[in-house]
Design a protein around this ligand. Structure first.
Ligand SMILES: Cc1cc2nc3c(=O)[nH]c(=O)nc-3n(C[C@H](O)[C@H](O)[C@H](O)COP(=O)(O)O)c2cc1C
Length: 194
């Protein structure tokens, strides 16, 4: 796919078909994520992949335990957003794969700001590579929650010196998938020539 087409086709996908994503493709996505620039070349990321049903169920159950703490926030969202969130908490949009991105905690937290930017670069590489492979992905802050982080750490067996930054659902897009309508800011609103 042409680079411009990849950039334009990448949309957050919140509904997946059952087809599994092969390890060969997952490895390629993670290799591309790891090629992102990072501050002082720290490469502060670590990726944990979940594909099996039993762990997916444990993750859904951890998210549902956290749901009461988010009811207020969710009730303020539009009807469409509420339905999408409901599906997320029910079955992770049927994603056959979830990538959890962790940051290595170094003890020198002055690096954190730049580490987060670096991880943002890696995650976008992953999302663009997914689009290029005909896959869909959605970054989800929804995986972070009061007690979810600790439950996820146990399920994924993550060492204490890593913190969860974001989870990304990943899979093949269903035939009837339509991305939700979003309004992109215009060039004049985001660009200043001085
Ligand atoms: C850091 C980050 C966190 C996000 N968290 C969520 C989330 O919790 N739930 C969700 O449905 N989408 C989430 N998204 C997706 C955004 O809603 C989406 O990128 C934005 O609306 C633009 O739409 P597009 O990705 O289709 O272009 C997140 C995106 C980013 C970059």
């Amino acid at each position: 796919m042409d680079f411009q087409e990849v950039v334009e086709r990448r949309r957050s996908v919140r509904g997946y078909g059952r087809k599994k994503v092969s390890k060969r493709i997952i490895n390629r996505l993670i290799l591309n994520a790891g090629k992102a620039p990072s501050a002082c070349n720290r490469q502060p990321w670590k990726f944990f992949i979940v594909e099996d049903r039993s762990n997916m169920n444990k993750i859904v159950s951890a998210l549902q335990d956290d749901l009461p703490s988010r009811t207020d926030e969710i009730s303020k969202k539009s009807e469409i957003a509420q339905k999408l969130l409901q599906d997320f908490y029910q079955n992770l949009w049927n994603a056959p794969c979830v990538v959890f991105v962790y940051r290595e905690i170094t003890g020198d937290e002055t690096t954190k700001f730049y580490d987060l930017l670096s991880i943002g670069c890696a995650v976008e590489n992953l999302a663009l590579s997914a689009t290029n492979e005909g896959l869909g992905a959605c970054m989800s802050g929804g995986f972070k929650g009061r007690e979810v982080d600790e439950k996820l750490r146990k399920i994924l067996n993550v060492p204490d010196n890593y913190e969860l930054i974001i989870g990304i659902t990943l899979g093949y897009v269903t035939d009837n998938f339509k991305p939700i309508k979003i309004k992109q800011k215009e060039l004049k609103d985001i660009l200043n020539y001085i």
